[in-house]
Ligand binder design. Structure first.
Ligand SMILES: C[S@@+](CC[C@H](N)C(=O)[O-])C[C@H]1O[C@@H](n2cnc3c(N)ncnc32)[C@H](O)[C@@H]1O
Length: 239
């Protein structure tokens, strides 16, 4: 771990946090006080003991992945968690060097999953109409070293406040993800900029939203539409 590196601080399976390693700084949590100076020069994955509490407290310093980042980031909105995020990336066939559009950016959780898959030379155009969230996402992408494969647009893609859409050339985008309260309003704009025979996903928590979005998709020429829900079932198996 070097100065400036992003470190995911694993406290336990229900709680993790993050910091950027900086000389002289201290990370405090309920487990104790952890000095960044103790992080620098250590390998990712190591266990660090608190300097107070006679070293009873400890954390693990983990190398960031989109999944760990989603668990530790500051939630500004609801986020798409790893199960749904992985199915979205899979069903959209997202691959290295693709151009992807996403709206809204929200907390940037899904954005990081997409960026991992389009690296090293792809581009994620992500659109957010809340200015504060757009600025925070832009800053986080820069701090996390992914601003070369992302562009954050402060924009209402549904066109209620000014012209909507994605401002991309016609038939130029490889895949589109919508995580919006009114995705059906963005679908005609998505149809304009997506490449022929490419895929769109709309992520909605309720069936009424899905119904309206399906109608908009059919009207805009999309076909073979599927509605899916994913559930993770863990099995605990003893020897
Ligand atoms: C549920 S959050 C997205 C979370 C994101 N997928 C993640 O994983 O972090 C929805 C976001 O869409 C934004 N939004 C809602 N309507 C919008 C619109 N018309 N244009 C752009 N962004 C919009 C909201 O401000 C909010 O930040």
């Amino acid at each position: 771990i070097s100065v400036g590196n992003l470190v995911v601080i694993f406290e336990n399976f229900d709680s993790s946090n993050f910091c950027y390693a900086e000389k002289g700084k201290i990370f405090n949590n309920r487990n104790g006080h952890f000095h960044h100076d103790d992080f620098i020069g250590k390998p990712y994955g190591c266990k660090i003991r608190s300097r107070n509490n006679r070293g009873w407290g400890f954390v693990y310093l983990l190398k960031p992945t989109p999944e760990l980042w989603s668990q530790s980031l500051n939630h500004r909105t609801q986020i798409i968690h790893f199960l749904d995020a992985s199915m979205i990336v899979f069903y959209l066939n997202i691959r290295p060097n693709m151009v992807i559009c996403e709206s809204g950016t929200g907390s940037g959780a899904l954005s990081h999953c997409i960026m991992r898959s389009i690296a090293p030379k792809g581009m994620l155009h992500t659109y957010e109409f809340n200015q504060q969230r757009a600025e925070t996402a832009k800053l986080e992408f820069a701090n996390n070293g992914v601003s070369h494969i992302s562009e954050v647009h402060h924009k209402d893609v549904c066109g209620k406040h000014g012209p909507g859409g994605f401002d991309r050339p016609q038939s130029s985008v490889d895949a589109i993800v919508l995580d919006l309260p009114e995705p059906w309003s963005a679908v005609p704009y998505a149809a304009h900029c997506i490449k022929p025979n490419s895929r769109i996903v709309s992520y909605s928590p309720c069936v009424e939203q899905a119904q309206k979005t399906i109608i908009a998709m059919k009207t805009s020429g999309f076909h073979s539409i599927k509605t899916m829900e994913f559930r993770l079932k863990e099995n605990y198996v003893d020897e």
